[in-house]
Design a protein around this ligand. Sequence first.
Ligand SMILES: C=Cc1c2[nH]c(c1C)Cc1[nH]c(c(CCC(=O)O)c1C)Cc1[nH]c(c(C)c1CCC(=O)O)Cc1[nH]c(c(C)c1C=C)C2
Ligand SMILES: C[C@H]1O[C@@H](n2cnc3c(N)ncnc32)[C@H](O)[C@@H]1O
Ligand code: SF4
Length: 455
Amino acid sequence: MNRLLISKYNVQGPRYTSYPTVPYWEESLFSDRQWQETVARSIGESNEKEGISLYIHLPFCEQLCTFCACHKRITKQHRFERPYIETVLKEWQLYLELFRENNQKPLLKELHLGGGTPTFFSPDNLRFLLEELFSTVTISEHPEFSFEGHPNNTTYEHLQTLFDLGFTRVSFGVQDYDPVIQQAINRIQPFEQVERVTNQAREIGYKSVSHDLVFGLPFHTWEKMEQTIRKTLALQPDRLAFYSYAHVPWIKGVGQRGFSESDLPKGAEKRTLYENGKLLLEELGYFEIGMDHFALKHDDLYLSMQENRLHRNFMGYTSGKTQLMIGLGMSAISDSWYAFAQNEKSVEDYQFRVEQGELPVFRGHLLTGEDLIVRQQILNIMCRLETSWNREDARLFETIRDQLHELQQDGLIELSEDGLTVTENGRAFIRNIAMAFDKRMLERCPETQLFSSVV
Ligand SMILES: C=Cc1c2[nH]c(c1C)Cc1[nH]c(c(CCC(=O)O)c1C)Cc1[nH]c(c(C)c1CCC(=O)O)Cc1[nH]c(c(C)c1C=C)C2
Ligand SMILES: C[C@H]1O[C@@H](n2cnc3c(N)ncnc32)[C@H](O)[C@@H]1O
Ligand code: SF4
């Protein structure tokens, strides 16, 4: 790839798991009451028709991986499990009231357990949480239940318990197999562990096993990356996440440390890891899905891309869209389509608020009419690699015509009167293409670092 293009487009940029992105939420225009109103509205409009998605954040990890940008709490104390689960169930009761007020029972379509490390919790405690939850909902005819497992502490019993409760998809954090990298990110994780959990999940009957890989970690070279990809391919995961390492040490609580900036591959060097990696994956039968993801042909993520059903939310890509996504637990983000809300980011603040009988939301954003239009454009770009707008909305995008022309001249998109298609070369710059539509960022350029670098 052209080095000039790489340096031109290697600016900081959001990953667009939401629009507006979190730093552009207008908190002053947001209140808990409005949040509940938009949830009630979405319940009425969509629960019976398409069901809802639930995300449950299980934040504990026994050890800090020093590359990790997730919201987590490091502890070896397993006595925190039960009180945390009880708080999550209390929080759920607060949302259940909104369903009851609207004479509805939640129809559960998607459920994802994320973290942190869901498999930090014992199988018994996970079963308790889920059985309590399931006693309050109707489970959809075609549910999609998934969870994130840490290969080092996912047991056969975890896999069997969750499978019996309806989980059919699991993703394991692999990151990288190289011992020097594992040392630098404080995450020693032998191949044999990943092999064990992958085979056990298959044996039990999981229909999709996914591995998370990250490129651009400290000391990463193509040699190391290739080894990791080849080991991964030996296990044939149905899906793969292939994330660009996001270096965001300024985010509080992230704890990225243990290596220095100069240990990180950057610019063209980092891009090569992605490009070579992509070639190797494609050679061996994987298809790139939107941004960051690859899947084998039989996997539902591939099928939903083919059938234009792909959707993107805070968890990344999903194969089904629900209008309402409720996030439970510390730092979880919810999306009522008309608004976003995020929960308190520390376990203590989260628990305190719920104990007070309040939704533990600490910030959020109500989408304006313009936000909703831009959001749809960005979703189209991220999920379908093309978008178009109607005559009425065209006004909104007149001001970005010059930027779109430039993207076209650089060979990243094909532009028409009322839309665009991302080219093969453009795929690697999809965040830059989405940024052209980001009205809020265009109006107020970030003065400090808010996002990770695009490359
Ligand atoms: C699995 C854990 C999570 C991933 N994303 C989120 C969680 C809980 C949600 C999230 N993470 C960040 C934010 C920004 C706002 C904030 O609370 O500070 C949110 C909503 C921080 C963050 N995480 C990543 C980055 C790059 C940032 C900063 C914002 C940005 O640059 O966009 C990296 C990252 N987090 C997750 C993945 C898969 C990932 C990188 C590929 C998962
Ligand atoms: C949930 C998944 O998110 C990925 N993940 C966590 N932190 C980062 C980061 N800083 N950059 C890129 N990917 C990250 C890991 O691959 C993890 O398994
Ligand atoms: S990568 Fe997973 S186990 Fe490691 S700190 Fe992050 S959430 Fe915890």
